[in-house]
Design a binder for this molecule. Sequence first.
Ligand code: SF4
Length: 329
Amino acid sequence: MKVVAQWGDLADGVLVGRRVSREQALDILTTPDSELLGLLQAAFDVRRRFFGTRVRIHVLVNARSGNCSEDCHFCSQSASSNTEIDRYPMMSADALVDDARRAHEARAWKYCIVTAMRAPDVRVIETICDAVRRIRQRYPMMICCSLGLLTPSQAGSLKEAGVDRFNHNLETSERFFPRICTTHTYADRVRTLRTAKEAGLSICSGGILGMGETDDDIVDLAMSLRDLDADSIPVNLLNPVPGTPLDSQNALTPQRCLKALALFRFVNPDKDIRVAGGREVNLRHLQPLSLYAANSIFAGGYLTTGGLPASDVHRMIEDLGFEIEEVRE
Ligand code: SF4
């Protein structure tokens, strides 16, 4: 039964601090496609309160690619996937500093350094810290790292080097997680997020939609991220890559993606909600609509798959009448 009569009323409630209930969250996901514009308008009202029409651009670098010991079923970088990807060891600090120029030129609000691994070793942490210190001296960008499971002393080193944020996605609900990964647990992931937060790092955590999860799983993910007070929430949309266990999964429509983004906005109203990996293949021509709910976006492709170049992302933002958010030092 529908408990939300008017999406505008839901937005008004959220804007005076009321929390979205599980029933309301499920209503968002199951609303008919014919009501999508009203839902997006309401999500935009919430987005506008906290972020105006500003859009934060994020640029990724895959600092160590492939051969990961873990078995996340969606991931082409797992050693158990048969996908043809470029595999290479940890980039040097010099190479990372050089690559940061690409992010700066893309007008990135945040440069996201990602390594495919279960957990970093001493050498990885030293390389990242060296690179981050130098990037901070050159470019006015926030820096996020995604390095797998983290210890408290590693988190402290990253913070001390100038890392702003640490990413570790919950990926899905606690209930569904064992169906997509068997080499580590949901609890391991939550522990890493708490470790990062305790070290004073801002936390980035989101998930992937379209892996065979239920509506309840998506609602659980959005609410778990609210409970963890994640500052930044990347909402990935499965791009089923050949050679991974999920390569025949394809359940998303553009409308469902937009409803899910609205859901994450209503449940986490003042957080950095990002329309993330898989945007181009799942939203297709409806990509611009995602920015009515999300306030941030990736430009220039993903870890192992391509995406819209930064110039096209800039044009999309301009065409919407929105503006690129600059980092204030
Ligand atoms: S830990 Fe990261 S890189 Fe490794 S398989 Fe999982 S998602 Fe891929």
